[in-house]
Design a protein around this ligand. Structure first.
Ligand SMILES: NC(=O)c1ccc[n+]([C@@H]2O[C@H](COP(=O)([O-])OP(=O)(O)OC[C@H]3O[C@@H](n4cnc5c(N)ncnc54)[C@H](OP(=O)(O)O)[C@@H]3O)[C@@H](O)[C@H]2O)c1
Length: 293
């Protein structure tokens, strides 16, 4: 099986490099950073270049394309020109979807839980109402739509907050929180924003298994088992790391000016588990992540 990965230098991409390179013919694409890509078959590649993308597909002829590359941070998208965000997150995704169709490749796309309407009580199923509030979330939803219109063999993974340690240059909120608490510094965490966090190593493992499975044309909630706030994640980090819980200051997202309120995009993950992609409780997962660090 030949697998092409976009975003190989990203937070998730670097875990995918490690997971996928073992038993598959694998090519990882990076752009401005290399991350761990130098350890694997990889090339520097701008996925906005339609002509070169077409040549790449013609040469490599992937059986599966895992498309993770994008402007992935809502706060960064908010500072960019709208067309620039669309050019990468939507237009490049549409080109990849068309090429997957032309070359009979299966497309696995990492979307986001932030496409859902997060104003309710959470534990959202795949058919729940959509209401992307940020340019980032809107562009990821438009990416989903472009894929559904242009590709006849896809899996869309509505991905939750990814927890675990970033490799090389990559950092996420989990990693930063761990470092602050470990060094005895105070950290403020929201008590009123709920997600279903998914461990990076699990996400990469599940994507590896989805490459092999005959799942097709499905949207799947790609999260963990439990609905938790960032505050609760911080408390679990303290318990597993042996850090002082008094370092955590509970805050409300309502008190931070300019922040877009998405109170609860926790997801029901029965569909994911139905494919045999099962997980432990979040406290055990965090314990394992910290023990293996
Ligand atoms: N992290 C999360 O908690 C989370 C939550 C929900 C959904 N997701 C989704 O999961 C996926 C992975 O997220 P992530 O956190 O791993 O993202 P990330 O760390 O920001 O990585 C983004 C990747 O996109 C690449 N990229 C950017 N511009 C490019 C271009 N013009 N051409 C080619 N590659 C380009 C980057 O390459 P360089 O770094 O080399 O420039 C990097 O490898 C994304 O689709 C995101 O929407 C993530």
């Amino acid at each position: 099986m030949k697998v092409l990965l976009t975003g190989g230098s990203g937070l998730l991409g670097q875990y995918l490099n490690v997971t996928l390179s073992g038993d598959k013919e694998f090519l990882s694409l990076y752009f401005e950073n290399t991350g761990n890509c130098h350890k694997f078959d990889s090339i520097r590649f701008d996925i906005r270049d339609k002509g070169k993308l077409s040549l790449l597909f013609g040469n490599f002829r992937p059986d599966v394309v895992i498309h993770t590359a994008c402007y992935s941070r809502p706060e960064i998208c908010a500072k960019l020109d709208r067309n620039e965000v669309y050019h990468l997150n939507v237009d490049a995704t549409e080109n990849i979807a068309r090429l997957c169709n032309d070359f009979n490749s299966k497309l696995i796309y990492t979307s986001t839980d932030l496409v859902y309407d997060g104003s309710g009580k959470g534990l959202l199923k795949e058919d729940a109402d959509l209401n992307p509030l940020t340019l980032y979330a809107e562009s990821k939803l438009m990416g989903e739509i472009a894929i559904q219109r242009n590709c006849n063999n896809y899996v869309i993974l509505r991905t939750s907050l990814l927890i675990g340690f970033g490799l090389c240059h990559s950092r996420n909120n989990f990693h930063n929180t761990f470092e602050l608490l470990k060094s005895g510094r105070q950290v403020s965490l929201f008590s009123d924003q709920f997600r279903s966090p998914l461990a990076l190593h699990k996400a990469a493992g599940f994507i590896g298994r989805l490459c092999e499975m005959s799942v097709s044309n499905e949207i799947i909630n790609f999260g963990g088992k439990d609905r938790v706030s960032r505050l609760e994640i911080g408390e679990m980090i303290c318990e597993s790391g042996g850090f002082n819980k008094d370092l955590i200051k509970s805050t409300s997202c309502k008190t931070v000016e300019g922040i877009i309120q998405v109170p609860d995009v926790s997801m029901n993950i029965d569909k994911l588990a139905g494919y045999g992609l099962k997980q432990d409780d979040i406290s055990d997962t965090i314990d394992l992540i910290i023990r293996n660090a």
